[in-house]
Design a protein around this ligand. Structure first.
Ligand code: ADP
Length: 403
């Protein structure tokens, strides 16, 4: 296959997990994904590499010893089946990094010092930052002639007002251990809040928006005049909305209770709250499609879980409307937000007196493109707006390298 030439250049966006690498070659101007793919089960006996260009998917089932080998296989596939990376003129590699801590308030060009700081922030994101850093290191070694940019999931929330960023705990403990609200999904919240205003022909500076990013992980944010005023994820992505496998908000004393009375260790409680709770814990299924199926079969636990899930979203909508002194736009995004009309309807049901009214017909079905789903008389415009974190990372990378 030959590559379409790109006069302005492209960005290779890389998202490295502990045993996976997701990537996308993005045209930051047109917004298209020219190629994308996924390396999974790194370090296991057999790994999978899936490389997608247009309608063609190439799959390799091979052992992938480590991230370096994973990326070498990916670059080999670009050589073999295209698009040719030289012709695609890669002007930057943009890396998603989960935790920028108190250090990073925007994307940065990666150098040895930035790598050191990402590493140093690992205690705040022990599952994510080390994997992100490994991805950065192998990519820099394999693509040394291209600038590499780190884009932090927390950066959009770096300047949260003190009232939202601080937890009410001993301030010396907080300072010493860097305990504060960092948030997550910031790239998506920033992208959606800006793009939804443009879609509606509104000035971001004059708009108060609640973004509901509902994927397997889920978070809400209040964005006023383009600035984040609050967000539901906290020190870690555990806080806030009910998620696929995470509790979201919970009395922290549940932890002491389980440790004292159920004999659970810290790691066991961590596993329970992060991986065995949320929809999965309440119904056995983390995917909302399965939860709806169970509800239809009359499963009482699934009905309660759906109520808990949407009740939590509604509480945040009310809270964030109050924080911003009103809300002009509510944007639903990510896998659940874009596809699940039942969740959208239940989450905003009964809010007419707050000026929020969903139109059942407009709301029906999955939305692949930005769609207004509120009634004409609704004071708040409710929009389903597909997120595109890869494009947002690509654009931020271009800004950093000044192309
Ligand atoms: P991630 O947080 O992993 O990026 P996504 O944003 O891709 O997650 O969202 C994945 C979730 O979206 C699934 O777990 C499922 O609950 C939900 N989802 C996907 N498609 C649908 C659908 N058609 N109807 C309802 N929910 C859906």
């Amino acid at each position: 296959m030959t590559a379409a030439p790109h006069t302005q250049g492209t960005v290779l966006v890389v998202n490295s997990g502990s045993s996976s690498i997701k990537y996308q070659l993005v045209d930051p101007v047109g917004g298209d994904a020219i190629a994308s793919g996924l390396v999974e089960r790194i370090g296991e006996e057999i790994g999978t590499v899936k490389h997608v260009v247009g309608d063609a998917t190439t799959v390799r089932e091979v052992p992938v010893a480590d991230h370096g080998e994973g990326l070498r296989i990916v670059l080999g596939l670009f050589d073999e089946v295209g698009p040719d990376l030289t012709a695609a003129h890669v002007i930057a590699v943009g890396h998603r990094v989960v935790q920028g801590g108190p250090v990073f308030d925007g994307p940065v060009l990666v150098d040895a010092e930035v790598e050191r700081q990402i590493d140093e922030l690992s205690p705040l994101a022990p599952l994510h930052n080390p994997a992100n850093l490994t991805g950065i290191r192998v990519a820099r070694a394999l693509l040394p002639d291209v600038p590499h940019v780190a884009v932090f999931d927390t950066a959009f929330f770096h300047h949260l007002p003190a009232a939202a960023a601080n937890y009410a705990i001993d301030r010396e403990v907080a300072a010493q251990h860097r305990v504060r609200r960092y948030g997550a999904h910031g790239t998506s919240h920033q992208f959606v809040s800006q793009e939804v205003a443009a879609f509606l022909g509104r000035d971001v500076a004059e708009t108060s928006t609640i973004v509901l990013h509902l994927g397997n992980g889920a978070s809400a944010s209040a964005v006023k005049g383009g600035h984040a005023m609050d967000t539901s994820m906290g020190l870690t992505p555990l806080e806030g909305l009910v998620m696929g496998t995470r509790t979201g908000d919970i009395d922290p004393a549940v932890t002491f209770h389980l440790m004292r009375n159920a004999g659970m260790s810290v790691d066991e409680v961590d596993d329970l709250l992060n991986r065995r709770s949320g929809l999965k814990g309440m119904t056995g299924q983390n995917d909302l499609r399965e939860v709806h199926r169970l509800v239809e079969e009359g499963d009482e636990a699934a009905r309660i879980a759906l109520d808990v899930y949407t009740h939590r979203i509604k509480k945040y909508v009310g809270a964030y409307a109050a924080v911003m002194g009103g809300v002009d736009v509510i944007a639903f995004t990510a896998g659940v937000g874009e596809n699940d009309d039942i969740v959208r309807a239940l989450s905003l049901a009964g809010l007419e007196r707050l000026g929020i009214e969903i139109d059942a017909e407009r709301n029906a079905g999955r939305k692949k493109v930005p769609t207004i789903v509120s009634t004409d008389r609704s004071a708040t415009t409710v929009v389903v707006f597909p997120t595109n974190e890869e494009l947002a990372i690509a654009r931020q990378s271009v800004e950093v390298v000044g192309a």
